[in-house]
Design a protein around this ligand. Structure first.
Ligand code: HEM
Length: 437
């Protein structure tokens, strides 16, 4: 273990706060398996070796809970799947898991494709599109339609804005030592409370709109008796709905934006994707079989998540003293795992900063050990929606690319990564969208 010293009483927190991506780069350059530093009084360990990540997320997972900073999201997500712990989490996960089997995902493809078609039908031809916003609205529609069986109109105003505010305030709180008590309705707290109120209203609307009897997440959550369990409280139902609703659209939208950004800067790769889509899709909209046969397009998405992993950083909090490798970790310490730092680690990837989709084969980067590439995490808390997300992104991209010719608005598009809860493109992305004849 290497200690990273600091003269500041706040330790490495100011450097991290100022520019988290630059901070991770500096840490990666040290080429150490684990780095120890302080965020003010809190000891933090940044794990940079796959064996230590495997030990933390799998073999010794029971020693850890989600890290405290993540818990800043509790006012929004409550005890939904992302934040709940222990036996309760296990029970909820096994309850929700069946909706994410390949058999179920197949049945969502038609809705995913129709939502996409509806979106592009509204576009004015040959005009610049705010595609990052389009993706956000579209993935929101997809999650609501597939998981809850309803549609939302005007999603950006109703959800996009409050979500952005809530995330910004939560991130500020995560990176601040002194926090005004959450109960005080002042300044940022007021903004946050208003945003959470708006999101809650949206979720209530989704729950109200839901009609009994359809095969959706809500039916499953409302009827746990089917599995011989007691019924779920209204609060728990809302927490689970909010979690799937938020975890299930933003990450996917961000990945689609980064993917198109990379394609617009690598038009040779874009042409190969267009060729594959033309070859594989028999009509305008893909079937499940066709979407999952887009092997090159999938490599492009995986490589995009290597360079810009939406979940760029996540963490765990030790519930007891524990050894990770030869490092003794005291109860209460935070362990940080950064897919961003691992995915750009020179020890594991050649030409780390270059966009090379062919480095993937059978869904994995060739010649790279397990637990280095982890856009969806690992172990019992691995993303429940990972297969859903991959299929959704293949369906959305191929449906768009079949009907629309995209081109960059300038010879070199430039977007700055903005590491909030997810790694977003700061200024959003605009591209030219021309209908194919
Ligand atoms: C590109 C898209 C996505 C990425 C990169 C992503 C990433 C992640 C990561 C890294 C975690 C684990 C966090 C940790 O261990 O602390 C996670 C958990 C989770 N994700 Fe995703 N996700 C994506 C899409 C989705 C979708 C589409 C859904 C739902 C439809 C979803 C629902 C969840 C839930 C509920 C959890 C918590 C699981 C648990 O703790 O049991 N995600 N995601």
């Amino acid at each position: 273990m290497t200690k990273v010293k600091s003269r500041s009483p706040l330790g490495q927190l100011p450097a991290f706060k100022k520019d988290p991506i630059a901070f991770l780069k500096v840490m990666e350059e040290k080429q150490q398996p684990v780095l120890r530093f302080r965020f003010a009084h809190r000891p933090v360990y940044l794990l940079m070796h796959p064996a230590l990540i495997e030990e933390t997320l799998i073999r010794k997972a029971d020693y850890f809970y989600k890290s405290k900073p993540f818990k800043e999201l509790e006012p929004i997500l409550g005890q939904g799947l992302l934040l709940s712990e222990g036996q309760f989490h296990k029970k909820q996960r096994s309850h929700i898991q069946p909706l994410f089997t390949p058999k179920h995902i197949q049945t969502y493809v038609e809705d995913m494709a129709h939502c996409t078609k509806g979106k592009i039908d509204d576009w004015t031809d040959n005009k610049a599109r705010p595609i990052s916003k389009d993706f956000m609205e579209l993935t929101l529609q997809v999650i609501v339609k597939t998981m809850f069986g309803t549609m939302v109109e005007n999603g950006d105003a109703l959800v996009g804005k409050p979500l952005e505010t809530a995330m910004e305030v939560a991130v500020q709180r995560i990176r601040t030592i002194w926090k005004s008590p959450k109960g005080l309705n002042i300044g940022n707290n007021r903004l946050f409370n208003k945003a959470v109120g708006d999101l809650n209203q949206m979720v209530d609307h989704i729950i109200e709109q839901h009609s009994e009897g359809n095969d959706s997440l809500l039916s499953l959550l409302k009827n746990p008796r089917a599995k011989g369990e007691g019924s779920m409280s209204i609060q728990q139902l809302r927490d689970e709905v909010m979690t799937i609703f938020l975890a299930g659209h933003e990450t996917t939208a961000v990945t689609l934006t980064w993917t198109l950004y990379l394609l617009m800067n690598h038009l040779d790769v874009y042409e190969k994707v267009v060729e594959e889509v033309e070859d594989v899709l028999s009509g305008d909209l893909p079937t499940y079989q066709e979407a999952t046969a887009l092997t090159y397009t999938k490599k492009v998405i995986l490589e995009s998540m290597r360079l810009y992993p939406p979940a760029w950083l996540f963490g765990r909090q030790a519930q007891e003293d524990v050894n990770i490798g030869s490092t003794y970790v005291k109860k209460g310490s935070t362990l940080m795992i950064s897919p961003y730092a691992m995915h750009r680690n020179r020890r594991y990837f050649d030409y780390t900063d270059d966009f090379i989709p062919d480095r993937f084969e059978n869904g994995k980067p060739v010649g790279v050990p397990e637990f280095v590439y982890l856009p969806f995490g690992a172990g019992s808390r691995i993303c429940i929606g990972q297969h859903f997300a991959i299929v959704e992104m293949l369906v959305i991209l191929s449906t768009m690319i079949k009907s629309i010719q995209f081109s960059p608005l300038s010879s070199k598009l430039s977007v700055t990564p903005d590491p909030l809860i997810t790694l977003r493109p700061k200024e959003g992305l605009w591209v030219l969208a021309k209908r194919k004849l």
